[in-house]
Structures are given as C-alpha cells and as structure tokens.
Write a protein of this length. Structure first.
Length: 332
C-alpha cells in the first residue's frame, strides 16, 4: 500500500464553535483527515465533528475513537450515520475498547467479542438488514432498523488497539488500524503481521488495510523548546504505552520513577528522565525538519497515515501553522 496521508487530531475541550475555524484551517493546509478524540470526561466528539463537517468540503472526519462499553452500537451507528449525512460521505468510524473505564465502574469483560459484535451491529444497521441479530452482548430483532435513509451502506472502519487479538479482528473487518501514542517505525512490521493473521482468516489481503500511527505532537522553530515541553506531556502516558510496545526495552524502574513523579504532579522532573530515543518513539517533537524526518521513517516502514495529535505546538495555533506550512509540504 503506497498511501501517504497526513491528519490532525484535536481534543474535544474547546467551545463547539471553535471547531469550524480549526477544521477550515486543516482542510486549507491540505491535510487528508481530521479526527476528534473521544477521551473519558471530554465532550462527546460528535458535536465538534458535526461543526467541522459543515465547515469543510473535502477532508474525512471521524472520532478516535468510540467504544462499545459506554456507548451502545445502535447509538454508535446513529452518530456516524448522521455525520456521514452531514458531511456528504466523508465520515469514518473509529472504534476501540476504550480506556480508564474501570475508574468509573465500567467492567470491560470479553472485549474482543464485544468489539466484534459492535462491528456486526453497526454494519447490520447501515446495510438495512431486516433479519434478527443474536449476539452474546447485543441483539436486534427484524424490526430494528434505522428510520432514515443513510448516505452509504457502509462507512470506513478504523480499529484502534495495541493488542494482537484486536488487531487480528481488524485484519478481518477494518479498513484501517490506529496505533495510538506511537511514532515508532519498528512496531509497524509487528503490527502488520498481527493484522495479516486476521486478514488471512477472512480471505483478505493485509495490504488492503491501512496503518495509522498517531502521537502527541509539539513542533516549534526552537527544537529544544519543543522537546522540553513535550516531555511534560509524555510523563502522563509514557508508563502506559511503553509497556504495550513489544519492540521497546526499557528499565521498569525508570518507568516506575517517571510514573511516581507524574502522579505527584512533578511533570518537569518526570519528563527530564525520558531519554531522547524513547521520546522519538512515542511522540513527534522538534522543529519542522525533525518532524519531517520522523514522518519519512514511518512512511518507509509501511505506515499509510500519520496523525499529529494535540497540542501541536507550544502555541497550538503556531504548531498547526508549522505543520501545515512547513511539515506537510515537506512530506508531499
């Protein structure tokens, strides 16, 4: 697969009206995709996405990502069908098992079968099927159908995960996978093998399935400023994602120390413990030339889409400008 797509992801922490201008800038710069995160306790992404859809004409849009534990797949189907109608067939569905749900008392039992059934139900409703669906987690009778005309009978499906089994499911059913919190080219061949196992079961070619890597991004003309600032951001999530990457070997005591300092609120001290090579595997940080070099390495490894995540720069507006005016043209 030879695609080289670039996308921007925003957090859903702004006033809904702000997303019109942001989406217009993303489209005008020439990015291919706009994603909105669906993190716990932030605004539901469907509202920012709806605003963005009305303000744009070309870019694809979708949530990264919804989960079938806090949102029933009937509701997932409805939200994405509405976004697809509003955008004129530009929506995608991002689906994952979700994170931090145990903290609010949501048990994530049998996540793989629940994910599979969520895909079944969404596709069932989009296709307008009238037969019963009897799953272990979700059911539909012959009377359960969307009561409006959908834009398309199927929308592109992205599955986000670091897990071998879930990526195998993606190989069976998805159009694209996303490895969140990673900028590591070494993980791509491993992920491709896990996808291929599922694709083979379904009689598909793994080359049909895109691979997106996305991570926290800070770009600035002063690379030292960018890399210093991003260490604070990384201190919060590095202890989690570093343990998920099978290609990374890191001293568990170092991770524990970073985690402890971050928990205590000393993000500067925690970030200062992160070595440069580890920073480059889990974040995009530096000046525009640094980001171009990181991105080229990812494309060469087989990545088909790179997603630059919030906050984008020391100043978010300036970071987005540098990505759009310097990084994107450098990669085109």
């Amino acid at each position: 697969m030879s695609r080289r797509e670039l996308s921007i992801a925003f957090q859903s922490d702004k006033h809904p009206s702000d997303y019109a201008e942001l989406a217009q800038r993303v489209e005008d710069y020439g990015f291919d995709v706009l994603s909105i995160y669906a993190d716990l306790l932030f605004q539901p992404p469907i509202v920012p996405l709806a605003v963005a859809a009305q303000a744009t004409n070309r870019i694809r849009l979708g949530p990264a990502s919804l989960n079938p534990f806090t949102l029933h797949p009937v509701e997932i189907a409805g939200q994405i069908a509405s976004l697809d109608l509003l955008s004129g067939s530009r929506a995608y569905l991002g689906l994952s098992r979700g994170a931090w749900l145990d903290e609010i008392g949501v048990a994530q039992d049998r996540p793989l079968s629940r994910m599979r059934e969520a895909v079944d139900v969404v596709e069932h409703l989009f296709a307008g099927r009238r037969e019963r669906y009897d799953g272990q987690h979700f059911q539909l009778t012959e009377h359960h159908a969307l009561r409006y005309k959908v834009e398309r009978e199927r929308v592109p499906l992205l599955i986000g995960s670091w897990g071998r089994q879930t990526l195998g499911l993606a190989g069976e059913r998805a159009d694209e996978v996303k490895i969140g919190g990673s900028a590591n080219p070494d993980v791509v061949p491993v992920v491709r093998d896990w996808i291929a196992a599922g694709a083979n079961r379904a009689g598909r070619s793994a080359d049909e399935i895109g691979i997106c890597l996305g991570a926290v991004t800070i770009v600035d003309e002063d690379r030292d400023v960018a890399r210093s600032r991003i260490r604070r951001e990384m201190a919060l999530y590095l202890p989690v994602v570093a343990s998920l990457d099978p290609t990374v070997s890191i001293d568990p005591e170092l991770l524990s120390r970073i985690d402890s300092l971050a928990t205590e609120g000393d993000y500067d001290a925690a970030g200062n413990l992160i070595p440069d090579d580890l920073l480059d595997r889990f974040a995009f940080a530096g000046n525009p030339d640094d980001i171009i070099r990181q991105s080229e390495a990812l494309f060469e490894s087989g990545v088909t889409r790179i997603e630059f995540g919030t906050p984008h720069g020391v100043s978010s507006r300036e970071g987005l400008r540098l990505l759009g005016e310097r990084v994107l043209p450098g990669l085109r």
